[in-house]
Design a protein around this ligand. Sequence first.
Ligand code: AMP
Ligand code: MG
Ligand code: MG
Length: 336
Amino acid sequence: MSGTPVIMRLMASAHSVAEKAGSIVRKVLHSGDLGIVEKTGANDLQTLADRLAQQSICASLSRRFPKLTIIGEEDLPSEEVKEDAIEKGQAEEILQKSCPAEYSGLKEEELVVWVDPLDGTKEYTEASRCLRQHAEVQTPHGGSLTSHSTALCNGLLDNVTVLIGIAYRGRAIAGVINQPFYNYQLGAGAVLGRTMWGMLGVGAFGFQLQEVPADRRIVTTTRSHSNKVVTDCVDAMEPHEVVRVGGAGNKIIQLVEGKASAYVFASPGCKKWDTCAPEAILHAVGGKLTDMHGNAYCYDADVKHMNSAGVLATLRNHEYYASRVPQSVREALKLD
Ligand code: AMP
Ligand code: MG
Ligand code: MG
């Protein structure tokens, strides 16, 4: 085991750690007590699940890899993390993969880990409210949520993901996305959640890669952080269809599963922890994530967190979408 390269051991841990975080996210939803805090405003929320999941991820990874630089979304007081929040597992399927030669000698201290413990918090809180309302209607004295009530909540829970991205020399080279509520529409008895992962030179796993037919432009964008610049830019792509869903992780899932052909977000709202893991997985299958000017983002530890020049991500035909970005949008979004 000691011969296994650091990056493969780290990815194997990140896979297990993301699963543990996903189970925390489910548990807090089912408790019904989300402990919501507004960060910069009503559209920038933090819940108990964001806090507990981040503590679990950061403590678990730093215990096994003490020299890593880990940057999490949430600003949390440094307090002792409970022992049962520590995940010690390592996904065997990753340990079994061979490591690309260029990454086999990487050291812990050369890697930066970007953590979004719960991407799609806005949708998570809306789904919780919706589920509670339907549960009250159906079971006035409490009781479990039914698959009927979850189906009524418009797939919001699918918007929620846990993101762990790994960067080396400023590049997103590997990432894990856990989708804690995957399969929730199937109701009681279904195994909830899935974990997708990818690494440059290795590939991407945990999903079936599919593409939108080349002659259809399906654009996915935000459902809760829109403004005129965002919608002008989407319109400029001349889409056949627009898919408005929450979460940066979830929108990359739309791209790699053939539900959308471009993720277009002409806003400075996304941060490095939103895009690092998704970018690595997308790049591992030949896609591309850039700012609205077509430039790559840098994920070094000292970069600013905001993706100020927006997010443009595609599986194919990146140049087409980049070429359609209007001048007014380019001017509104400064170079990072
Ligand atoms: P969305 O597509 O709106 O779900 O956004 C993707 C990610 O970027 C989520 O983590 C959001 O919280 C974050 N984000 C986007 N726009 C904003 C904003 N205006 N303020 C705070 N966070 C944002
Ligand atoms: Mg996020
Ligand atoms: Mg988050």
